[in-house]
Design a protein. Structure first.
Length: 432
């Protein structure tokens, strides 16, 4: 009776019979909707790298386990490959492998256990300092092109200092280097780093000021590099007046100090290459400059020689032309002087004086004779054209009683006395 009741209730509760695929797909949808992306930590076991490039492993703890898969090309190769027994934190999406009906995590990020907390601290401090403007490009200081003295803050026994010194000795043997040894890992290391930076940036009686400071450390995990993510180091870098170059870890490693520093180098060796020019390149440039200067001087000297030759030729032509002009002027002056020589002038003037003397002696008689001829000629003209000759030709001259010539009838008045002169005399009359 009870069995029949249970069967009836079951069929009443579910009117549809699902396939395995449909049920599995529904479970997958529910899991992906419910959980989405999650962080999970545990121990790696049953790790396997498939020939396809996918990675499979189980993440477990003391009470449970879950399958995990890293699909090919999902993430960059890990710095330290996964292996059984590794304690890690993974980030991914919860899903179901339908072929086996097995739920799993599709992993996108893998990091050592505890990194999630450090990463959160890193991001929080980064946002805080960025909001304060410590990362602004405007406050970054320019590095000197040719530093003479630099300070290095790093561990004296690490590989970073050896790499830096090897590069600096090769590229800039003239450089003066001051090393401030500090611990770069462990409790209190951040305070040591901050103090060393501040001491190098503040000159005193023991050493002169440095042109820039390099803060360096070799590679490592986020825990190894954590001292360079401390706020005291970041604020010290921002507060000093000397330019700071950060050279911490490898190229893929970023710390808070990198964002605050005036220049971030991908590695310590790269920092040494960035802060000083290569002496070989400098010599090559100097040689090129020297060749250029020699070539320029030679060209200018040749140009000057050509200009000098041209000027000399122009001067020679000008002098020759002026000399010819002077010669022609002198010849003309000499000819003029010869044409007017004192002897010739004296001779000409003597002849002229003699001619004048002769003419002066002969002049009175000739002048008198010429005057006599002119008088006779005028006298003859007067005889022909004079008043008497005119009267003899039948003309008369009439004047008034005062002797004034009457030239017009308009001047004659009635009863006026007039005098008329003819060739053989004159007579008076009165007008009517």
């Amino acid at each position: 009776m009870v069995e029949k009741q249970l069967t009836a209730d079951f069929f009443q509760a579910s009117a549809k019979v699902l396939t395995v695929s449909e049920l599995t797909r529904s479970i997958r949808g529910a899991l992906e909707t419910k959980f989405g992306a999650v962080w999970v930590q545990g121990e790696v076991s049953n790790y396997k790298l498939h020939p396809s490039g996918h990675q499979y492993f189980t993440l477990k703890d003391a009470r449970a386990q879950i399958a995990c898969v890293i699909f090919r090309n999902t993430m960059a190769p890990l710095r330290q490959p996964l292996a059984d027994g590794a304690h890690v934190q993974v980030f991914g999406t919860v899903s179901v492998f339908e072929a086996r009906g097995q739920y799993q995590i599709s992993v996108q990020i893998v990091q050592p256990r505890g990194l999630g907390v450090l990463q959160a601290k890193f991001e929080a401090l980064k946002r805080k300092l960025d909001a304060e403007g410590l990362f602004d490009a405007a406050r970054k200081r320019a590095l000197p092109k040719f530093p003479k003295r630099i300070g290095i803050v790093t561990s004296p026994s690490g590989a970073a200092i050896r790499d830096i010194l090897n590069v600096l000795r090769r590229r800039a043997p003239w450089l003066s280097i001051l090393i401030s040894p500090v611990r770069v890992q462990g409790t209190g290391a951040a305070q040591e780093i901050a103090v060393a930076i501040r001491e190098l940036a503040t000159p005193n009686e023991n050493f002169a000021s440095v042109d820039l400071i390099v803060v360096a450390r070799g590679g490592g995990s986020i825990e190894d590099l954590w001292e360079f993510n401390e706020e005291i180091v970041a604020r010290t870098i921002a507060s000093v007046a000397v330019p700071i170059v950060s050279a911490i870890g490898h190229e893929i490693d970023f710390t808070i100090a990198d964002f605050v520093a005036d220049l971030r180098a991908p590695t310590p060796s790269a920092a040494a290459e960035l802060i000083v020019p290569d002496i070989t390149d400098l010599r090559r440039q100097l040689d090129a400059f020297a060749r250029g200067v020699r070539r320029e001087l030679l060209n200018r000297m040749r140009d000057a020689q050509q200009r000098l030759d041209h000027a000399r030729e122009t001067l020679r032509r000008c002098l020759a032309h002026k000399i010819d002009n002077y010669r022609r002027t002198l010849t003309h002056a000499l000819a003029t002087l010869q044409a007017r020589s004192p002897v010739r002038e004296l001779l000409l003037r003597r002849n002229r004086f003699g001619d004048l003397h002769r003419r002066l002696r002969e002049s009175p008689g000739r002048i008198l004779e010429n005057a006599r001829h002119r008088f006779q000629k005028i006298e003859g003209i007067l005889r022909v054209l004079g008043p008497d000759a005119t009267l003899r030709r039948g003309y008369s001259i009439t004047t008034d009683d005062r002797g004034k010539l009457i030239r017009s009838v308009a001047t004659v008045r009635p009863k006026m006395k007039i005098k008329t002169r003819v060739a053989d005399g004159e007579f008076e009359s009165k007008t009517l």
